[in-house]
Design a protein around this ligand. Structure first.
Ligand SMILES: [Fe+2]
Length: 400
């Protein structure tokens, strides 16, 4: 694996390492077409060997930061995904979250099913409940969105998707919240580096993430021969792109994630037309083998829109493996009220020219994925979708 350790090193080291690491990674990606021992059975894909970056303690705008930033942009444009090394404390937080996830999913079905909220999309999603491109997924999920009490004004006023997170217990709440809070710090650093890599003014991205609508999916995938027959054989989650700015994912040692790197003449605009299911069974996918002590990071829909497709939202899918698998996908997002716009220098009049209201995009995605959920039914019955058009729910300046 190519490792780019430029943080806390002298710039000479950074200059020396980056070109070599990038070259090694590219050739490995092209050369390796054989199946990996832990690739889910029934899938054909190249095996990815991703570049790994170590985030600086603090993004200061240094020459070293700029070198990392440029290399990251290059890795995303080539591979669609890269890895960042976990710090020691992040490893501990991840392990605690993984243990909490296993404990949650081991609960009796009735206990898990009770973890549902009808105001937010937080909580339990049973295997077979999530729909991607009209087909049930086998993933079993606990979604965490911003945990807001009923007394919160936004919840009291019925803002779509706003409400409490129905945790199993206080332990789960504390562990998952710590994990997410830490990833939020990494997410901000990544955005700062992207601003540098794109040569846009400081704050061009982070202006949108004050009180960002960061959320997370805690995922369990059943062993491939222990499914309930509702979905497509071997499929954990069908191909799709994620909604916001960045996805920071973690997985155990089982393996199941596939990504679709940018291909020439292939472009998805998920905010206009669903990219779910597209190219799912075609050639061109890359398997992301688990690498201990790393997160994988890839861009989402809003990043693609804001950069005029320079950083594309990476299509990905999950296959079921011969063992059950546990994973996390943390989403670093704009504020729910944000109307995001193309970044300075990346505005080519892309559609929609009036910007994208992130809260509406998020709500649309959840309505599409969970048509039968109690939250969807209540939102529709109470006519709350229209609230998304209110001035109070929109920030047209991007400055909060
Ligand atoms: Fe996803």
């Amino acid at each position: 694996m190519a490792v780019v350790k430029v943080a806390n090193k002298s710039i000479d080291v950074a200059r020396h390492l980056i070109p070599k690491a990038r070259a090694a990674s590219t050739s490995a990606l092209i050369a390796q077409t054989a199946s990996s021992p832990n690739m889910p059975p029934g899938f054909t894909a190249k095996v990815g060997r991703l570049e790994t970056f170590i985030l600086p303690e603090k993004v200061s705008g240094s020459v070293s930061d700029k070198a990392i930033a440029d290399a990251m942009i290059g890795a995303w444009r080539r591979d669609g995904i890269l890895q960042i090394g976990m710090s020691k404390s992040q490893q501990r937080l991840y392990q605690a979250a993984n243990a909490a996830s296993r404990r949650f999913f081991a609960q009796p079905h009735a206990s898990k099913q009770a973890c549902v909220d009808d105001m937010s999309y937080s909580g339990y999603i049973a295997s077979g409940e999530e729909i991607t491109d009209g087909i049930a997924d086998y993933s079993e999920i606990f979604t965490v969105t911003k945990d807001l009490p009923h007394t919160d004004q936004r919840v009291a006023q019925g803002w779509p998707c706003h409400g409490p997170c129905p945790w199993l217990d206080q332990d789960m709440k504390a562990i998952m919240s710590n994990y997410m809070d830490d990833l939020a710090v990494s997410g901000e650093k990544l955005l700062q580096l992207i601003e540098m890599g794109l040569d846009v003014p400081t704050g061009s991205l982070t202006r949108y993430t004050k009180d960002g609508w960061h959320h997370m999916r805690v995922l369990r995938f059943p062993q491939n021969n222990r499914t309930n027959g509702k979905g497509k054989k071997g499929r954990g989650i069908g191909s799709h792109t994620d909604y916001g700015l960045l996805v920071i994912a973690a997985q155990d040692d089982v393996g199941g994630l596939f990504v679709r790197p940018p291909h020439e003449n292939e472009q998805f605009s998920n905010w206009e037309k669903s990219s779910a299911g597209l190219r799912e069974n075609e050639a061109g996918w890359v398997y992301v083998p688990p690498v201990d002590g790393t997160f994988t990071v890839f861009p989402g829909d809003m990043m693609q829109y804001m950069t005029n497709n320079l950083l594309q939202s990476t299509p990905h899918k999950v296959g079921l493996n011969v063992r059950e698998r546990f994973a996390f996908a943390y989403f670093h997002e704009p504020n729910f009220r944000s109307v995001v716009r193309p970044l300075p220098g990346y505005n080519a009049g892309q559609s929609p020219i009036e910007g994208i209201h992130y809260g509406t995009h998020f709500t649309n995605m959840f309505l599409r994925n969970y048509p039968d959920r109690v939250t969807t039914a209540r939102l529709r019955e109470e006519g709350r979708y229209q609230l998304l058009g209110l001035e109070e729910l929109r920030d047209d300046d991007g400055v909060l």
